[in-house]
Design a protein around this ligand. Structure first.
Ligand code: FO1
Length: 312
């Protein structure tokens, strides 16, 4: 069976661990959001690609959800001592090697998809990881500019998410570059060949939503069986701050609202948690199953339920 998943970072990575257990013989391709990517100190950091790669490769810090296990932050402490900019973003010492290799390959002219494949030679995630695009797409958030009251400014998503904990009201969220970006090599072909496409419980706005903005991806999904899993349980995001993102696009933070936001154009099936049993999405088959990814067994059960709902 050929499965394609569109994934963001932490929630997506956790679900994919369960999917690998639920469908060990499936050919799995993961199309990963790159809108969170940020350039710092000349290094290109790709949080979602790295979260998926480390998590499926067995090297992630399962507590933090991002970055490496057994990580240290000595370089970061030195950057703080130099009062360097952006030290609010915690670059770990082990993680740094990934960014150095990526920077070197990008500078040598390799596209992000080739860099990702090279990094996965080491981590062996047990799935093919594809960036949604080799073109630069960066999510920026429009917030009030306190320096000039009444004016607004756009800040990088990571600054909003990590430095400000998404506490600044987001007037809009813009995937800069999405309008001209093209899908990375293999993305459209993988979707075309898929028996099923899954939308893990990633952030529906800045992860799944960003991937869907890359030209051609939404159209490629039109003819496919797509099943999604709600990242919202009982009116709240399971982790992260998807509610702040949903507010920015005027979508209520509920399993029903997110399902309807994706809509029947995209979804054939929508899995909600048992807390949200009774949710309806016009034109979409909805089922209620436990959606808390407390461990890989729980994630595997969710993945099985999603594949069953897809009828594969
Ligand atoms: N998230 C944080 O909350 N604080 C950090 O300092 C931080 C550093 C970081 C470094 C590398 C990386 O790949 C991810 C990192 N993240 C951090 C997580 C990141 O902001 C999120 O994983 C996604 O961008 C949002 O899904």
């Amino acid at each position: 069976m050929r499965i394609v998943a569109l994934a963001g970072g932490i929630g997506g990575a956790r679900f994919l661990q369960g999917l690998k257990v639920a469908a060990p013989d499936a050919e799995l391709t993961v199309v990963v959001n790159t809108g969170d990517d940020i350039t710092l100190y000349g290094l290109r950091v790709c949080p979602d690609l790295d979260s998926v790669m480390y998590t499926l490769g067995g090297g992630s810090d399962t507590q933090r959800g991002w970055g490496r296990q057994d990580e240290t932050f000595r370089v970061k402490e030195e950057l703080v001592a130099y009062d360097a900019p952006a030290t609010w973003f915690g670059l770990g010492d082990l993680d740094m090697a990934t960014h150095l290799v990526r920077r070197q390959m990008l500078d040598a002219g390799f596209p992000l998809s080739a860099v990702t494949a090279a990094l996965c030679e080491r981590w062996r995630p047990g799935a093919r990881l594809l960036p949604m695009s080799d073109d630069r797409v960066e999510t920026h958030v429009v917030v009030d500019d306190d320096a000039t009251p009444g004016n607004r400014k756009a800040i990088h998503f990571q600054e909003w998410w990590v430095k400000h904990h998404a506490a600044l009201r987001a007037h809009s969220i813009v995937a800069v570059g999405a309008e001209t970006a093209t899908p990375a090599p293999g993305v459209l072909e993988a979707i075309e060949a898929a028996d099923v496409v899954l939308l893990p419980p990633s952030n529906p706005v800045v992860s799944i939503g960003t991937i869907l903005q890359v030209k051609g991806i939404r159209d490629a999904l039109a003819g496919k069986k797509v099943v999604g899993l709600s990242p919202i349980i009982g009116g709240a995001p399971v982790r992260g701050m998807a509610d702040a993102c949903l507010d920015a696009i005027g979508v209520e933070t509920s399993a029903q609202a997110v399902g309807r936001h994706y809509g029947s154009e995209l979804l054939a099936g929508w899995l909600v948690d048992t807390t949200d049993a009774g949710v309806t999405v016009p034109g979409v088959e909805v089922r209620a199953v436990p959606l808390l990814m407390t461990d890989v067994t729980a994630s595997a059960a969710m993945a099985t339920a999603a594949l069953e709902l897809a009828g594969v």
